[in-house]
Design a protein around this ligand. Sequence first.
Ligand SMILES: [Zn+2]
Length: 183
Amino acid sequence: MLWTDFINSYWRDWRTGDRSKDRDRLEEPEWTIQWLVQEGLPALPAPNGDELGKLKVLRSILFDIVKDIVDGREPGELAETLNCYMIAGPVIRRAGRDSEGRFTVTLVPASASWEQVMAEIAGSFASSLEGQDKSRFRICDNPDCLWVYYDDTRNRSKRYCDDKACGNLMKVRRFRARKKAGQ
Ligand SMILES: [Zn+2]
């Protein structure tokens, strides 16, 4: 999802918890340019200092909202906050045909700007909140990882971003802690 990929642009070294290895992908021009393509967003040059600052603010706002939801708190001024971002990126309805000749109506971004991209991100987040079960919003249980994801498993039991990576690592940590306690 667009909003999870955006929040996860801040990468932590989930294996060691060494914070000096943190990587902010938003600061990597190749990453941001490639990311826009991958998400089907308008092509843009890498963000300048001002735009980068705004993107980071939005990212931390969204992370805090997810944290509130995960911890069972009701995020304050949720609609107002998202509206602030969404209003800055209007869309145009456009009728056309898909590659198989079927009639389509799509929403096309009105401009190519980082404001528009932020509106798309806020919109993607708002759509995930809309009428859906908030218990599917998740932050990986590995405190060194904090990867944000949307749990689409049937019984909503996904505790880690990846059971083979963080799930296994935490299992090993628990095993070692038990062994140590038993000694
Ligand atoms: Zn994880």
